[in-house]
Design a protein around this ligand. Structure first.
Ligand SMILES: [Zn+2]
Ligand SMILES: [Zn+2]
Length: 335
């Protein structure tokens, strides 16, 4: 029996008999009896889109640092106030990365498979979480990428820049491929620091080179694979798309990718421009238009950067032009 157990028992006995002195020292803290783990649950969430089986697969959390660059066109104090008013931390802001796995009955499709081992230790958890869901990387038939940012496309390659999904084809918007592979590609408008811009461009070009024989490009509005149609949502990057997944019987899911990033600041102030938007004005227009139409439609959404698993609805809230997030309740039976 350890000392801490002895002292706890002694203490409890004392409490029971009302004999504890007011200044009795507390027992030493015992080690946690919840087994130590670096994982938070299994990192996947099963659900259905009509006849399609689906799962959100987490790639981890993208830590933004402080102050979080959520609004280049607002005062930092105002951003902090907006976060605090919604009960959100202001000093440690993170964006979750929620990839989508869909079994259409014909093919196993993975959408935006995260950062891989290229963007820090808080990310790159997708392959392990995919395995936790019982799916091996070589079972993936199609990878769809909404845009070629690090946290959406770098996860298609492993540490040696080999294809992480060896049997898959990769579908990428044609505008994204031509933008990122142009001789003088510039991310200057997005306000990323210059050294980050060079890293982003260099690695993304290496990723596209790895996949070049298995890339299928598509135009915004095209049906990418049966049951999954792209929606033009440019601005965040020039060729950025969202996806509408139609599982039949009126059951749909809209994957909004990076139209909106933070579940509070991006919805309360859709006119705020985060650091990441390449064309601020176009991104703002796209964001307001899509949020308005998805709210009217009461569309079921998966938002890539919202808190895991990121499934829910956008609702009108408070002031004109503001929105709020109504997360779907966790369901133990996939629904
Ligand atoms: Zn992005
Ligand atoms: Zn992103």
């Amino acid at each position: 029996m350890s000392n801490s157990q002895v002292s706890r028992r002694t203490l409890l006995a004392g409490v029971a008999t009302g004999l504890v002195a007011a200044n009795l020292p507390l027992p030493a803290l015992a080690a946690s009896r919840i087994p130590t783990t670096t994982q938070q649950g299994a990192g996947f969430y099963r659900f259905k889109i009509g006849t399609f089986d689906a799962a959100v697969i987490s790639d981890g959390v993208f830590e933004l640092g402080a102050p979080a660059p959520l609004a280049l066109n607002a005062k930092p104090a105002e951003v902090q106030r907006t976060l605090a008013a919604a009960g959100q931390p202001t000093d440690k802001v993170g964006l979750h990365c929620n990839s989508l796995l869909v079994d259409t009955g014909r093919e196993l499709v993975l959408v935006d498979p995260g950062s891989g081992p290229h963007f820090g230790p808080a990310l790159g958890k997708l392959v392990q979480n995919l395995r936790n869901a019982g799916v091996a990387p070589d079972a993936i038939d199609r990878v769809i990428v909404t845009h070629a940012h690090p946290d959406h496309i770098w996860g298609t390659v492993d540490a040696e820049f080999r294809a992480a999904f060896p049997k898959a084809q990769m579908h990428v918007p044609a505008v994204e491929v031509s933008f990122w592979t142009a001789p003088n590609v510039s991310l200057a408008n997005s306000k990323f620091p210059p050294e980050q811009q060079q890293l982003f461009i260099g690695n993304t070009q290496k990723v596209l080179a790895t996949w070049k024989d298995r890339i299928v490009t598509f135009k915004a509005g095209d049906e990418v694979v049966p049951g999954i149609r792209s929606i033009a949502t440019p601005g965040h990057t020039p060729g950025h798309v969202s996806l509408r997944i139609d599982g039949g019987g009126g059951n749909q899911l809209v994957f909004t990718a990076d139209v909106v990033h933070h579940h509070v600041t991006g919805l309360v102030h859709p006119d705020w421009t985060p650091l990441f938007d390449q064309d601020a004005e176009q991104a703002k227009t796209t964001r307001k238009k899509l949020l308005t139409s998805l709210t009217a439609e009461k569309a079921r959404l998966l938002v890539y950067h919202f808190p895991f698993p990121g499934i829910g609805h956008v609702i009108s809230a408070g002031a004109a032009g503001s929105f709020g997030w109504a997360p779907e309740t966790w369901a133990w039976e996939p629904a």
